[in-house]
Unconditional design. Structure first.
Length: 284
């Protein structure tokens, strides 16, 4: 996830088209009969693409994207520490990172997420233009980029869940995205994604280099272990707020267990403003 955002949109997660999950309409039937595919598919991606395009909403999404031009899939190495995939808007390519040992479920998630990023291309370009012309500061630029990508990740998660329930995708394709944006934004800061976007702003607006990116949490104060604990807490918090009854029960049990062995200050940092804080703080 280390490239200029004018060209690259990075993966790291509500629907673009109102009828994307409805197949009773005539339009949905027409889409299912259309020959919709990527303009080029590397051999390594043929199987995941076959699975992807068997799913009507994924196929419809690609059909809408092709109204703006063909989309090519590329399998190319850009480092084990890089993202799983990226969208390159200038050449309309979704590039999958061949440096990583990816499975079919990861390929499916990566391609779908970048397809949703492709649908937001104009929004990203507008933000880049605002950055160049000093019409937006670094903090707001990073947050707005993350907001767009968060909505795209949620759309991807929704589509994947539908595809799993309807037996188009394997269950291992499931992708859990923190649904509350403030918490998701903290996740992006803890993983370094937000800091990368801040560097993109510096490339677009050289004056921006004078002001360091602050974000909403002081990431530099946490060790790697503490960051991982916070990521775990944020994931469990999302399950408590949005999960099924079974998921909520498991999250509570896990929190009580982790709370006894984890840094209590990190627990408070994540949960202090939630209704769950008083329920658990006495046990931490």
């Amino acid at each position: 996830m280390k490239k200029m955002f004018t060209i690259f949109l990075v993966i790291f997660g509500i629907l673009v088209f109102p009828k994307i999950y409805s197949y009773t309409t005539k339009g949905g039937e027409n889409i299912s009969k259309e020959k919709v595919s990527f303009s080029q598919v590397p051999q390594a991606l043929e199987k995941p693409v076959q699975i992807l395009l068997s799913c009507p909403p994924a196929k419809e999404l690609l059909s809408h994207l092709q109204l703006q031009g063909n989309i090519e899939l590329v399998y190319f190495p850009f480092g084990e520490n890089g993202s799983n995939a990226m969208w390159r808007g200038d050449s309309r390519k979704i590039i999958i990172n061949s440096s990583k040992s990816n499975s079919i479920p990861i390929f499916l998630r990566s391609i779908l997420f970048e397809m949703h990023n492709a649908s937001s291309h104009d929004q990203f370009i507008q933000l880049d233009s605002m950055a160049r012309h000093n019409q937006i500061d670094k903090e707001n630029y990073v947050q707005r980029v993350e907001q767009i990508e968060h909505q795209n990740a949620l759309k991807t998660m929704t589509l994947i869940n539908w595809a799993i329930q309807n037996h188009y995708f394997p269950r291992t394709t499931r992708w859990n995205i923190v649904r509350n944006f403030e918490d998701h934004y903290r996740v992006q800061q803890l993983t370094g994604h937000a800091q990368f976007i801040a560097k993109v702003y510096d490339q677009l607006n050289h004056c921006g280099q004078r002001a360091p990116y602050k974000g909403t949490i002081q990431v530099h104060l946490f060790s790697r272990t503490q960051k991982q604990q916070m990521l775990t807490f944020l994931s469990l918090k999302d399950q408590l707020e949005n999960g099924s009854a079974h998921e909520k029960s498991l999250a509570k049990e896990t929190l009580l267990s982790l709370g006894r062995t984890s840094d209590a200050s990190l627990f408070r940092h994540v949960f202090r403003d939630t209704k769950f804080y008083n329920d658990f703080i006495l046990n931490v």
